[in-house]
Design a protein around this ligand. Structure first.
Ligand code: 5GP
Ligand code: SF4
Ligand code: MG
Length: 465
């Protein structure tokens, strides 16, 4: 998901709509904005679909006045299978002591099922199936005298990944979980403050990047300034390495490093680790593009656009059902026949998950007359499900969890198939010594199985770890 908030500028909701549009790659299922205006109180609009198809109508935006607003773009993860309803679309808003609050959450709580059962047992009335709602109920039950203090109480009871943007009637609040699994940035726009999942959402509104919210930090923004607190015990941060590989936008900067540059360097590492003679290096667009550029630069093999992407189709993997996903590939990608015929092609992609996309692409290249196809993957094999907010399927559907490297190569049907190593990935992420196994610098659980937070709900649902 993507989150965005702004305080201290007129027509705040319009800026939120723009920010969410820049974060659309983080979730395309639904979007919502909550705004506060002293005359009208809180106003909330939540819609299915893209930001641009909903939050550009003047009449809708007129319903969201005020100088304080937050928003969310939704990407559904495992918990919500069986169809999202509008009541699950964020920001969630509730009235309770001290005027209530609205909250937008990126990440996934790993003990939400247990918390929900307990809260319902004690009389809470849930309105959604969202893990985020637990935070609201815990805040409502806290005895603290301010909403930020209640939020600290609540967040000390939840486990898992959260980058949160929340608002009261007078404050914009941002929080990151102690591991800092998901990103959250602070920006400045004239006299106002901005919180956003990624720097690309600051760029779109011309806001200046101030700094990242630190893992375990809570910031409270008012037009007067930003207060900071660290309400949780300090831990070694474990930012999601998959944000760098795939999820974030390449023009964003995370941890001081350009996402594009990380991806390009993964391609450089791949070329060193898995060289092969060929005529062309082609990306699977768009997710494989920066790594393919890096592979080409390092190997000296020319870069070319062997596959053309239709600009008007969204990311395939955000579509919830497998059937739609399968159709999506053909809608989205087409081979540049004139270029490919008779050539030995190195295809670079970000990840192999189920292997269905990779297989289809290989078929298309073969039909177009490619002489050889070599797959190079800019992540290690995806072996484990994510419990922190990225929708990887369970192990039975993960190709690498069920096949050896050789079996995968046969299944995809290519001449060779190689993945970047974990150490190569870490080197590309500016960890020159590679991965520190005693204290890994990132979360890489979907590749390593080394989960930084116990996925209690997952274990309860029968996940074998
Ligand atoms: P596959 O070959 O596993 O079907 O698909 C791999 C390609 O699709 C990659 O380009 C990746 O960007 C995208 N993809 C498809 N489904 C998923 C998914 O469920 N999770 C992730 N992380 N990427 C996916
Ligand atoms: Fe990111 Fe993978 Fe960790 Fe999930 S398991 S937070 S996708 S690195
Ligand atoms: Mg892709």
């Amino acid at each position: 998901c993507g989150v965005f908030g702004i305080i201290g500028v007129q027509e705040a909701a319009n800026f939120v709509a723009l920010g969410l549009h820049a974060l659309q790659h983080r979730g395309q299922e639904a979007a919502g904005i909550v705004a506060y205006d002293p005359k009208q109180g809180f106003a909330s609009e939540r819609r299915f679909g893209y930001v641009r198809d909903n939050f550009t109508s003047a009449s809708l935006m007129e319903t969201l006045p005020g100088e304080l607003a937050i928003g969310h773009v939704r990407y559904s993860t495992a918990g919500s299978k069986g169809g999202t309803q509008i009541r699950d679309v964020q920001p969630l808003f509730a009235e309770f002591a001290m005027g209530g609050a609205a909250i937008a959450h990126n990440g996934n709580l790993t003990n939400a099922n247990a918390l929900r059962e307990e809260l319902i047992g004690r009389g809470s009335i849930f309105q959604s199936s969202s893990d985020t709602e637990c935070i609201i109920h815990l805040m409502a039950r806290s005895m603290q005298r301010s909403i930020p203090e209640r939020m600290k109480d609540a967040l000390r009871l939840v486990e898992g990944a959260f980058s949160i943007v929340a608002m009261t009637r007078s404050k914009l609040i941002g929080v990151r979980d102690p591991l800092g699994v998901r990103p959250l940035m602070l920006g400045r726009l004239s006299d106002g403050w901005v919180l956003a999942s990624e720097t690309c959402a600051l760029d779109i509104i011309g806001a200046e990047f101030v700094r990242e919210i630190e893992p375990g930090e809570m910031v409270i923004c008012t037009p007067q300034g930003v207060e900071s607190a660290f309400p949780f015990p300090r831990r070694q941060p474990r930012f999601c390495v998959f944000e760098k590989i795939y999820f974030s936008r390449p023009d964003s900067v995370i941890g001081g490093q350009s996402v594009y540059e990380t991806r390009r360097r993964i391609g450089v590492e791949l070329a060193r680790e898995a060289p092969v003679e060929a005529d062309l290096v082609c990306p699977v667009p768009d997710s494989g593009t920066p790594a393919a550029i890096g592979y080409s630069q390092e190997s000296g093999i020319p870069y070319a656009m062997g596959i053309i992407r239709n600009q008007y189709v969204g990311r395939t993997f955000i579509e919830p059902s497998e059937q739609i996903r399968n159709m999506g590939v053909r809608l989205k990608l087409n081979v540049n026949r004139a270029l490919i015929a008779g050539k030995r092609v190195i295809l670079v992609d970000d990840s192999v998950v189920r292997g269905t996309t990779s297989r289809k692409i290989r078929e298309m290249l073969e039909d177009a007359g490619a002489a050889e196809v070599h797959f190079r993957i800019a992540s290690p094999p995806t072996m484990w499900p994510c419990f922190y907010g990225v929708d990887t399927p369970d192990r039975s559907k993960l190709l690498a969890a069920n096949m050896s490297d050789e079996e995968m190569r046969d299944y995809v049907g290519v001449d060779s198939l190689k993945f970047v190593s974990l150490d190569g990935l870490y080197r590309a992420c500016e960890q020159e010594g590679g991965r520190n196994p005693a204290q890994p610098q990132f979360c890489d659980a979907c590749f390593s199985g080394d989960y930084p937070v116990r996925p209690s709900d997952g274990i309860q649902r029968g996940f074998k770890l």
